[in-house]
Write a protein that binds this ligand. Sequence first.
Ligand code: PMP
Length: 399
Amino acid sequence: MIQILLFLLLQCSMSSRAPPKALLQDMVVPPRQLFGPGPSNMADSIAETQSKNLLGHLHPEFVQIMGDVRLGLQYIFKTENKYTFAVSGTGHSGMECAMVNLLEPGDKFLVVEIGLWGQRAADLANRMGIEVKKISAPHGKAVPVEDIQKAIAEYKPNLVFVCQGDSSTGVAQPLETIGDACREHGALFLVDTVASLGGTPFDADALKVDCVYSATQKVLNAPPGLAPISFSDRAIEKIRNRKQRVASFYFDALELGNYWGCDGELKRYHHTAPISTVYALRAALSAIAKEGIDESIQRHKDNAQVLYAALKNHGLEPFVEDEKLRLPCLTTVKVPERIDWKDVAGKMLINGVEIAGGLGATVGKIWRIGTFGINSNKTKIENVVELLSKSINETRSKL
Ligand code: PMP
């Protein structure tokens, strides 16, 4: 009897929970021009793929799409690396995948730090119990390559990390000759191109890069959720000869490489690829293939000049003083004295345009304007700067 009562009580309490009211309403997604550090706006040809029906991830048609994606990634990374694929996860998953495969206990890790992303790589290595040495530049500057070469020769690291385009400062770190120094001293060379790939020159093979990763939501104009990555033969050899197995199954580069058809062996189930996001990546790569990777890079450079000129016209200054060190697809702008960056960004958002404030050490000091992919467009850029200037003047008039 007591048991029946308890059962009825439980039933009553279970069924009394009402569904969340919010979920009974339609989702609201306002239009927005995304000129922050990412995500950028989706191109129409990419957005269209998101309503296509799913395929099974082992169906031959999907395997073909994965193969197309691999070719597109080899094209934009400029590499012949067989192990070129996309990790299922955002840019961070590319970073974690690179590091868990390329570092093992007892290894030494050299981090070139020009902003938040070097700190993040060092933090990850600390979590893995790896010895880290940092070589840093003041924010807004790059580390001279001669200093990096010297640090490699002295410290003799197993792995060297460089972020090509640091989205927290807007600096583009020169990469030339670092790969040579790595080869000379037995180190592997790892590059983060999350905020730079397709928007500034990069040639994985010519630069002797051993591992490079990126993300889909910046220059590629696709939704976040995949991290393109490429491993050189040297990197794969190191992974094959590890003393200990890679601690992560999900990020194991050899398993992922097999799943993506990189090793020529029979494909094994590893995980279920995010099918729709892979469609989006294929469409993004197709758009770049049609424009040409070098043409895309040139367009970003040309439109960065449009942005610098517009800023100057409105009395605003880029944060990175040396123009050669500015990342063409992400420009950082000094916040004028006594102006509240948040107030200005808030006003712009009300007008449907996103720009962002600083990140890490640059909070309060700068705005970050991303001009990625389809947003690298003269008219759009001039309109954004016009609105920025108007919003600053509105804030100023209240002081
Ligand atoms: N590296 C850089 C240079 C980035 O700008 C970002 C994202 N802003 C990341 C890594 C991490 O990417 P995600 O947010 O997609 O994980």
